[in-house]
Design a protein. Sequence first.
Length: 317
Amino acid sequence: MKVRVLIHKLSLLLVRMLVLPIRFYQRFISPLFPPACRFTPTCSQYAVEALQKAVEDLKEGSIDALVTAPINKDMAQSEEFHFTGHTEFMAANLEGEPMRIMCSERLRVGLVTIHIPVAEVSQSITKEKIISSLTTLRSTLKQDFGIVEPRIAVLSLNPHAGEGGMLGSEEQEIIKPAIVEAFEQGTLAFGPFPADGLFASGGYAKYDAILAMYHDQGLAPLKILAMNNGVNFTAGLSIVRTSPAHGVAYDIAGKGIAEIVEDVNQKMDAMTVLMRTQTGKEFAFTEKLVSIVSVIRITADYYTAKKRPAPQRPEEE
């Protein structure tokens, strides 16, 4: 126990030592540069180039799956890149109709619409689109998550599921008919349910997945329940693509925030990636091995990058 306490204290000391140069830069060096230095377009361009190269490798069969990091969608915009997110970029460059599914151990949420203004949600929802989303969600739950016959709860668009038409007609005219037709086609779809009631009561736990009508309706509850453990899975593509559940997190950037990782699985994953990067070899870490190691998650204020040639593959040397 004393050894673990000592290791923990040393870890905190290391964090403070790493933060000091950042604080010095922020206070004495950064003011000498124009504000644009904090979020430089060049770094966003590197992120776009990396994404484009990854998609090229996917098409060529050089890689089988893709994990993307958060991207500043506004800063990444250019004549060549005019997409509102990774999912839209994938849709334009890969086979299939992508569907965003946010996952955690407790909850899976699929979206009918993704990155569009709230004012456009109602007119973007159609009976055909909901049926297609249910079909895709059912298929990926069976194929990728191993659920024999998933039960899917469908959320309403309006408060209180429209209150019989008093608060909106989408439930009666679009969503309910779509659920009925999808059910007749073999999808165990139920609803529409008011989002607040389904999540607040814990009713979501009765279903294998939730189909939300728009972005914040489905993702806000999931991120409250599983912010640090959520995964964004893109269904409906010819390849596997995932990403973290969070965004670029500028709200905590530059604050020197560090966190001691307690979750055993996250620690094993971190150590596996670290050893693979440093040695090029695979190491099998057990719970006992990582119990004597402290893994620190540090939020950096921003990244800088320098372009360099990609390393040659063995067959190219």
